[in-house]
Design a protein around this ligand. Structure first.
Ligand SMILES: Cc1cc2nc3c(=O)[nH]c(=O)nc-3n(C[C@H](O)[C@H](O)[C@H](O)COP(=O)(O)OP(=O)(O)OC[C@H]3O[C@@H](n4cnc5c(N)ncnc54)[C@H](O)[C@@H]3O)c2cc1C
Length: 461
């Protein structure tokens, strides 16, 4: 239990209006988007300045109270489920775009800035910030950095890591650590930013982010390729990559997901298709036309019966919005939704799609599959009801088999959703015990009292 003295010190640090102690308030922050048991925090704080955030970190360390930072809580791996009697620290009041430099192509932001708002502000200046997780309308840049979030444009533009030029964060003592610079090149000291990106709040608390921007592509073309066989769609993905075309986006949706999304968003998707690919190419207009023509040839060769090209920006945006709604659409169908993101080398996408179908049949489960096929990153999504214990056991076995099949193909447990609590027990499937011990030694060296988001990524340090 935390002491009354500690709670009073928290109130002093953030102001009493930014300290939430009511049970109903705390319950809101006991869970996130992962299917895991909620854990009640002892207190929730909402610092409104970086300085008060640093004070909270210092206080937690001095008082041996575990601390979990929370952006929008959209992570799918339990990364923001607090430790019992711990403190949840919200970043949503630290939501300013501090600087935006058109001439030097970078921005400086606070961690609570909403991803889509930032992308829109950047676009208004004729620039581009590509990382676009499906959750971008609510996710925060701090959460994106701490998860190394991907998104729909990963194939051509990479993931959040590729845009982090530098970070300022608090170590567990509440001391300021600065890494990286405003310059394109910087090799001054250890690359601590790389250590922090994807560390899921376990190594430091980020309060300032330097993000690289790029010029906007001149032209974009979006198309939908409709297939009457799943294998045609998955083989097309592999063929596009093999022909060395790099679309900005190459997304796969199976029939189950198409139907769920269409009834949710009414975007005019082909509900009788076995599968479809959503593809966007961008860049110089001549290159875009050339790539689009090549893509059409590949799609038709591998059995696409229809190829619809978006004729207007509205038409294009409607389809992409529908795609972004895939998880929400599936989540409406059953009380519990388990979304996985095991990832395989891209050429193995046809095998992975087939593996998921076999696993669904073997365990008699409903699995909708969609995702960033061009990155080898599918999201098999199991629809279930956790209260059905017998079915839940089958779900657990199916999830483990998805991991095993992906790893056997040279893949990884998580392409973008992180390890958190949910996948920590499976880490040894992918890596060696010595690797985990190595990571734990880093954690113990930087956070000997295990204050920062304990239990995530590496299990118990
Ligand atoms: C509908 C939906 C679609 C999604 N689509 C994608 C997708 O396409 N690609 C993808 O990669 N993910 C996706 N996600 C997962 C999720 O949105 C991302 O992981 C996102 O980056 C989380 O951002 P957040 O602000 O919600 O962070 P949170 O969930 O609040 O936190 C995530 C992690 O970051 C840590 N953290 C947060 N802020 C800080 C900070 N300031 N300092 C240190 N640590 C911090 C937290 O402790 C936690 O471990 C999706 C989720 C949903 C619900």
């Amino acid at each position: 239990m935390v002491s009354t003295g500690f709670i009073k010190a928290l109130a002093d640090a953030v102001g009493k209006d930014n300290l939430l102690m009511d049970e109903a308030d705390r319950a809101v922050y006991a869970y996130d988007a992962a299917v895991l048991e909620p854990v009640m925090p002892a207190a929730v704080v909402r610092p409104v300045t970086a300085e008060s955030l640093g004070r909270v970190v210092r206080l937690c360390h001095e008082s041996n109270v575990p601390l979990t930072v929370r952006g929008a809580g959209t992570n799918l791996s339990g990364g923001t489920i607090p430790k019992a009697h711990g403190v949840v620290v919200l970043t949503n009041a630290l939501n300013r775009i501090l600087e935006l430099h058109e001439e030097d192509l970078y921005a400086v932001v606070e961690p609570g800035v909403i991803t889509a708002k930032f992308a829109a502000a950047v676009e208004a200046r004729g620039l581009f910030y590509p990382p676009d997780p499906g959750s971008q309308a609510v996710s925060t840049l701090g959460g994106n950095v701490a998860e190394n979030a991907g998104g729909l444009r990963g194939l051509k533009y990479g993931v959040t890591r590729d845009y982090v030029m530098g970070l300022e964060f608090f170590d567990v003592h509440g001391d300021v650590i600065k890494t990286g610079a405003r310059t394109v090149k910087c090799v001054t000291g250890y690359n601590l930013a790389s250590l922090l990106v994807g560390s899921e709040g376990t190594l430091g608390v980020i309060y300032k982010i330097f993000l690289k921007l790029i010029p906007q592509p001149q032209h974009r073309k979006s198309m939908m390729a409709v297939f009457d066989a799943v294998s045609g769609a998955s083989q097309t993905v592999a063929a596009i990559i093999a022909e060395k075309i790099v679309p900005a986006t190459l997304e796969f949706l199976d029939n189950f997901t198409i139907r769920a999304v269409e009834s949710f968003s009414r975007a005019g998707l082909p509900t009788d298709a076995a599968a479809m690919l959503l593809i966007e190419v961008d860049g110089h207009p001549a290159q875009v036309e050339e790539d689009a023509a090549k893509l059409e040839t590949i799609c038709r060769r591998l059995g696409a019966q229809q190829l619809r090209v978006a004729q207007t920006a509205e038409e294009r945006d409607k389809v992409w919005e529908a795609r972004r709604a895939a998880l929400s659409a599936l989540a409406k169908l059953k009380p519990t939704v388990v979304l996985e993101d095991a990832t395989v080398p891209r050429s193995r996408i046809p095998d992975m799609v087939q593996a998921v179908q076999e696993i669904a049949a073997k365990y008699n489960l409903t699995i909708g599959t969609f995702g960033h096929a061009g990155d080898g990153n599918l999201h098999p999504t199991i629809l279930t009801d956790r209260r059905n214990t017998e079915e839940w056991h089958r779900v657990e076995r199916a999830v483990e088999e998805i991991f095993d099949r992906a790893l056997a193909m040279g893949g990884t447990l998580s392409g973008e959703h992180g390890i958190g609590l949910a996948k920590a027990p499976f880490m040894e499937k992918e890596t060696t015990r010595a690797t985990l011990q190595y990571a734990r030694r880093i954690k113990r060296a930087l956070d000997p009292k295990n204050i920062l988001n304990p239990g995530k990524v590496i299990g118990e340090a």
